[in-house]
Design a binder for this molecule. Structure first.
Ligand code: ZN
Length: 149
């Protein structure tokens, strides 16, 4: 069905929570002019532009084919990489590398900025691993400048 959230990781996926009922309530409120849900901040819009995966369904607000999905990953075992956006292909790799982490699917419309949490679920092979050692990243360089060690 076109309206279903695609779940590309059926192997270890568990704890799936579908937020479509909540979304429907938000939509109803939006159409009544009660809330303004089209409030994606610039960071979210930029993430949608560069990392968004086509949702394969139209925006529920502006009806345009501009809806993309972002998959945020969170978990203690991800260490410093918790909170990163991952592609479906990367998630398939990650479910073999980590015991457990959460995936949050957020839909964002690149046309009208509608955004909403679609679903969350857990992935991972169930084997606990220590978080990866902290590595130096480009972001560190951006934030800290070149201070050496
Ligand atoms: Zn839209």
């Amino acid at each position: 069905m076109a309206s279903q959230v695609r779940t590309p990781n059926p192997r270890t996926q568990r704890g799936f929570i579908d937020y479509s009922l909540d979304k429907r309530a938000t939509l109803l409120a939006l159409f009544r002019g009660v809330v303004d849900a089209c409030d994606a901040d610039p960071y979210l819009m930029r993430a949608a532009k560069f990392h968004g995966e086509k949702a394969g369904r139209n925006c529920p607000v502006c009806k345009k084919d501009s809806l993309v999905e972002l998959r945020y990953t969170f978990g203690d075992q991800l260490g410093q990489f918790s909170g990163r956006i991952k592609s479906p292909a990367e998630l398939i790799e990650m479910e073999k590398e980590f015991g457990e982490f959460s995936v949050y699917i957020v839909e964002v419309c690149r046309e009208c900025s509608w955004n909403h949490l679609c679903a969350t679920y857990l992935l991972g092979d169930g084997t606990f691993r220590r978080p990866p050692r902290r590595q130096r990243t480009l972001e560190d360089d951006d934030f800290n400048g070149n201070l050496g060690k």
